[in-house]
Design a binder for this molecule. Sequence first.
Ligand code: ATP
Length: 548
Amino acid sequence: MDKVVALCKRRGFIFQSSEIYGGLNGFWDYGPLGVELKRNVKEAWWRDMLTNHDEFSVPPGAPQAFSMAGLDCSIIMHPQIWKCSGHFDLFCDHMTDCRETKRRYRFDQIRGRWVEYPRATQDERLKKFATTRFFLITDVDSPEAGLEDTIQRARKFFGRQYEKELKWQSEGLVGLTRNDHLGHVLAPEASEPGTLTEPREFNLMFKTIVGALGGADDAAFLRPETAQGIFANFKNVVDTVRVRVPFGIVQIGKSFRNEITPRNFTFRSREFEQMELEFFCHPKESREWYTYWRDRRYQWYLNLGLKRERLRLRDHDKDELSHYSVGTADIEYGFPFLDAGEFGELEGVAHRGDFDLRSHMDGKLARDSEGNLAVELGPDGKPRHAGSGKDLSYFDDQARERFVPHVIEPSAGADRATLAFICEAYTEDQQPDEKGDMQTRVLMKFHPRLAPIKAAVLPLVKKDGMPELGLELYRALKAAGIPSYFDQQGAIGKRYRRQDEIGTPWCLTIDGQSMQDKTVTLRDRDTLEQSRVPVSEVVDEIARRLRS
Ligand code: ATP
């Protein structure tokens, strides 16, 4: 992972936000190559969902043909949206502070191994804990810290003379639950146990004030997800573009969450982009649509180059499901910053029932004692958070039936997907240099459609008309809308390596032969195969390869 992060910085993919001021934790900037890569990821999603969608044919695996529409909603919306969606009351994490190190942790991310010290002791420091279990916590910032680190910490803490007495659990990490006795926990980097505070609830929404004279009543929130803008506009879309259920609405945009512990590069940021689809269907058909979208979304990542052995589709257990959901699956990737066998979420595909539309009609919903969804009432017997009062049901004029559609929501993170494609692309191989010595070559094996630069035009030398022919070719590629690069500086081997490192799939070399027969060498990044292509056919050839 360190190599990936270093390459991202060195080659201009991702920078720390506000770096010249020391950075701001949880915020990132995409550099000249990163912005292209992320745009390509979003474009691939938008194309798959909307631009290339044919509403008159049934896609493979789908129950029937359907329409799709796009939206771009505001980031700040009416505060009532977040009350009815449940975010105002429920979008919380638990945090705990270490009184000694002054560090803050997300409670569910504090993971530890226990160490038992069973013997009575004269050591004042250990006396009160002498027969109890300790959780020795691995550093939450480096979850790869394993058993060996725990053992080292235990030795340091108890002192080597007690080593024979110590027992540590070797079968892996255990999570803390709220009932664990925090007094017996040795926090990461702390020297004494019991320095963690009781976990406190913390709402993840960023607050802001609307209007120059705004007071507390004008508080608004930066959206923590793009989905709610889609629900709030459901009626607008139905009334204006005349879509019929089943249909989907898609949106790509920024979301904000005041994460307690942003970490793992861009994986958990405080500002990030989501790519969300809300798919509206008849309640009776929602299970079929759920399965369809879950499988289709999984396939999307495979099609763009993530390897099956690192990509996992994980159906949630019943007890993991949100209160409104009858089915949720996560699409997960084995990021290199995780322990072997661990996966991080790229996308959640949720069956949300009619929870969202009904909440925005009636007010915040909750389950009653029989498990049915009902409007949550406050102590005064009135709805706790009033809905819009607008009718968000749908009338099917062919079946003459009115219903509140069910929703299937594939919700993906553009930054996490981009990070997964970066991690997957990072490759090292051994290649001979000009002198025949083997050298490590770093290459980014991006899918050509995701690669920031598609072709590099490289005149072998800066004379004999080669730069001129090269520029001509470069301009023809640009005119055809193919992001390209022209480079005539330095040895050709070095120039190839520069392109390999940023993932350019094809290099086009202009050499002596080019000047005679008007052909160029087309070099493939992955196979290193070289073929000669007439200059006049290069643009079509690259365009063809990008389509295939
Ligand atoms: P996690 O459990 O990792 O916090 P989540 O289940 O809260 O994620 P969702 O609310 O389902 O995430 O959001 C949908 C998608 O948005 C996620 O799958 C992820 O790709 C992206 N996402 C969510 N939070 C973040 C974040 N802090 N930074 C980057 N991407 C995020």
